[in-house]
Design a protein around this ligand. Structure first.
Ligand code: F6R
Length: 242
């Protein structure tokens, strides 16, 4: 596990974008695993800037997002499909057929999970997976006590997670109760993992990740076993480390 230290959120965002830029420069048809939430927003801004400066192109790349809420239409402004369109996809040359998110509106969710895994497999697996970390240690929407072997599945969202995400919705009740997410096993199968941790509110989470033991009570603890994982953290998040 490599830890890269950023002085602030802006630097973290640029460092993360540089990692992606390097990946698609070396392998233009790279398969990128993407995350939503507040943390990667700055990274997406930095990538758009690099694209506008003609430093990078996504023309041959493919993307797979970690997760999506169940029951929100892709035009709903709280869906992750909408988030990705706003924050990245509509600004770059990634072809829409190669931008994948789990289908949160499928009639048959088990089928949708299987289909998503199949598409990842057909694309050759994920070369670089970007992840964030929840206040309860979740990765993707794999909440505490999700088995480490779990693959893509539908999950009932934890209270902490719904509370944390309520900031994007008109009320807590409006936050969906379920989501479809890549499992921990899928995340661990990606060839490279990039975890972004920003802000003081994540300091204790990063501290637990770095010093704590591997336990399903803290899903992110598994990533220390990944052979190629980099954490980029800013000073706020690093403030809990010795
Ligand atoms: C989002 C995702 C989540 C977030 C996590 C942190 O696709 O999978 O695990 O990465 O909830 O969210 P932020 O960045 O908003 O603190």
């Amino acid at each position: 596990m490599t830890m890269e230290k950023a002085k602030d959120y802006k630097e973290l965002s640029v460092m993360a974008a540089e990692r992606i830029a390097m990946k698609i420069s070396n392998k233009p048809n790279a398969v990128l695993g993407l995350a939503t939430g507040s943390t990667p927003e700055g990274m997406y801004d930095a990538l758009i800037k690099m694209y506008n400066q003609k430093r990078i192109s996504f023309a041959e790349a493919a993307t797979f997002n970690l997760d999506e809420y169940v029951g929100l239409h892709s035009d709903d402004e709280n869906s992750y499909a909408y988030y990705m369109k706003q924050h990245l996809f509509q600004h770059i040359d990634l072809s829409p057929e190669k931008a994948h998110l789990p289908d949160g509106e499928a009639d048959d969710m088990d089928e949708a999970c299987k289909a998503y895994e199949q598409r990842i497999e057909e694309a050759g697996g994920i070369d670089l997976q970007v992840i964030g970390i929840g206040l309860n240690g979740h990765i993707g929407f794999n909440e505490p006590h999700t088995p480490f072997e779990q693959r893509t599945h539908v999950v009932e969202l934890d209270k902490t997670t719904r509370n944390a995400n309520a900031r994007f919705f008109p009320s807590l009740e409006a936050v969906p109760t379920h989501a479809i997410t890549m499992g921990i096993q899928n995340i661990m199968e990606s060839k490279e993992l990039l975890l972004l941790v920003a802000g003081e509110q994540k300091a204790s989470v990063l501290e637990r990740l770095v010093y704590g033991d591997k336990t399903e009570a803290f899903p992110a603890s598994i990533i220390k076993e990944h052979p190629n994982v980099t954490i980029i953290a800013d000073q706020g998040a690093l403030s809990g480390l010795k």
